[in-house]
Design a protein around this ligand. Structure first.
Ligand SMILES: C[S@@+](CC[C@H](N)C(=O)[O-])C[C@H]1O[C@@H](n2cnc3c(N)ncnc32)[C@H](O)[C@@H]1O
Length: 286
């Protein structure tokens, strides 16, 4: 079964992930850790570009692998692989992939990622290290899940963050937000503070501009995309010991996702090395 999602940004994101997995498994393979690759929104392992939205930007016969296959094919690889997806229909293709790699230890689960990730983090002992890929479609991730990752102190995280959705849900002019979206935003951002934090006083027009003179003094406007990025990054930095400047993924020049890398290990040596490598990988993508 093929699984359809994404667009050209998908390829970019997966290239970055692949490079990091290669680095990580090479750097840590000969240490005494058990290395885990964890894909909490795993999909099926492959994609069908014929079905992909924005397919016109891709080569017609192009077919490329999803994160599951990419992780399994990375050398030297991980000691254990954990693939989780909520969609029951994706479990059979994942099990078929497992049969193709009989020499690898592959765990497959069908849970909400917000349950799966905390459970996984709780199993980690001092000899375990993990790379976790959180690749939701949209707003499925609960911020509280990230706090379990931080607490583990053993996980390097790659996180796809839906910045365009935040922009879409928060009217630019400060008009009332749909009540059902308020809950979603609070869950995604982990705080109700966004109601104030994502808005700023409206820029006053230059004096003499009569057209806007009826604006109330207290009118607000939503932060622009760059300011939204800064705010989300600041939030992540409150939880993680290291957060790299994210890679903005675009569709037709419109910002879509922020691709974040964060380290939960408090040991400065651990994240200094990761920082160097990640900066290098991301620089090549800009
Ligand atoms: C963007 S796709 C993942 C693509 C995959 N990482 C790849 O590169 O092939 C998002 C996946 O998340 C799954 N999903 C959606 N909500 C979920 C949830 N709450 N918990 C776990 N998986 C979920 C979907 O079924 C879908 O397969």
């Amino acid at each position: 079964m093929r699984h359809s999602f994404g667009g050209p940004w998908t390829r970019k994101k997966l290239e970055v992930l692949e490079k990091y997995l290669k680095f990580y498994s090479t750097a840590l393979r000969n240490k005494s850790f058990t290395l885990h690759y964890v894909d909490a929104f795993a999909g099926t392992g492959s994609q069908d570009p014929k079905e992909i939205e924005f397919q016109e930007q891709m080569l017609p016969s192009e077919d490329f692998q999803g994160s599951v296959r990419i992780a399994l094919d990375v050398n030297p690889g991980f000691h254990q692989y954990h693939f989780n997806d909520l969609n029951p229909e994706y479990i059979t293709p994942l099990k078929q992939i497992r049969e193709e790699y009989p020499h690898k230890t592959i765990h497959i689960t069908q849970k909400d990622a917000n349950i799966f990730v905390p459970e996984f983090c709780n199993t980690l002992s001092s000899t375990d290290r993990a790379v976790l890929f959180l690749d939701p479609y949209n707003t499925e991730l609960d911020w509280r899940t990230l706090q379990h990752v931080t607490k583990s102190q053993k996980v390097d995280l790659w996180l796809l963050f839906p910045i365009s959705v935040i922009a879409r849900m928060t009217p630019r002019d400060g008009a009332k937000i749909r009540p059902e979206w308020e809950k979603t935003l609070t869950r995604l951002l982990g705080t109700g503070d966004w109601k104030d934090a994502l808005y700023k006083p409206k820029q006053k027009p230059p004096t003499g501009d009569l057209f806007n003179s009826t604006d109330p003094d207290d009118a607000t406007e939503r932060l622009n995309i760059q300011e939204l990025e800064e705010w989300v990054t600041k939030r992540l930095k409150q939880s993680f010991n290291y957060v790299a400047k994210p890679l903005m993924l675009y569709n037709n020049n419109r910002p879509l996702f922020l691709f974040y890398f964060a380290v939960s290990n408090p040991n400065e040596k651990a994240w200094r090395l990761a920082d160097k490598v990640v900066q290098d990988i991301l620089k090549k993508q800009h």
